[in-house]
Write a protein that binds this ligand. Structure first.
Ligand code: MG
Length: 219
């Protein structure tokens, strides 16, 4: 076993657990009910993309949406982690985008099918560099923002989350064992919108970290 650093979590090939509808205003903008418990779905490790590589619009979608989210990187694994000690399992954070083929997701919802084609395609999880835990002392109260071609589209605070980070870690780990290097996407605030080929996306967690991605069409 070679020594590895959680700061390169995206290279580990660990799972990505995503939370849907965790901001009331976003649930409303998509005409969804505010959930009584977290809505979960998964992205495979092949969804990761880092700055310098483009976000690809899947060939089968004509309505790709951005969703800016706070990512939580797990440092210490566990099963059925109590809320009271959940933050001890966090190594740090990452700024993440949950890229969503909205037209495909609407179709899946209408047919009662899983969201895999809408949410789990290659490059559906753009991520920033790793942000050590110490740099965000209060992850439940940080600003998340996203611009498309310099126009502000999403701007909200994580204090608006319905389910807190400790609640999510505890809830998820009751169902799925969390392992070192796993990433949790904690949901998006309102303001999601479509992006097209050649668009430039810029996003940030306050002024702690920023990232920029170009959008390209899948060949
Ligand atoms: Mg999302």
């Amino acid at each position: 076993m070679t020594a590895r650093s959680v700061s390169r979590f995206w290279e580990w090939g660990r799972k990505i657990v995503c939370v849907g509808r965790n901001y009331a205003e976003h649930a409303k903008e998509l005409q969804n009910a505010v959930p009584a418990e977290p809505v979960l779905f998964l992205k495979p490790p092949s969804a990761y993309v880092k700055e310098g590589s483009p976000i690809l619009v899947p060939a089968y979608s004509s309505n790709l949406h951005h969703e800016v989210e706070l990512g939580v990187v797990i440092g210490k694994g566990g099963t059925a982690i109590p809320r009271s000690s959940a933050m001890d399992h966090v190594a740090g954070y990452a700024l993440c985008l949950d890229m969503t083929a909205r037209d495909v997701q609407e179709e899946c919802k209408a047919k009662g099918l899983p969201w895999t084609r809408a949410k789990a395609f290659d490059t559906s999880c753009p991520v920033s560099e790793f942000v050590p835990k110490e740099r965000i002392p209060d992850p439940g109260n940080v600003r998340l923002w996203l611009k498309v071609n310099d126009q502000l589209r999403q701007d909200c605070c994580t204090s608006q989350m319905i389910f807190s980070i400790p609640h999510l870690i505890s809830y998820i780990s009751e169902i799925i064992t969390l392992e070192e290097g796993d990433l949790i996407l904690t949901g998006t605030p309102k303001g999601v919108s479509a992006v097209r080929e050649h668009d430039e996306l810029q996003a940030g967690i306050g002024d702690v970290v920023t990232m920029t991605f170009k959008v390209a069409r899948q060949q």
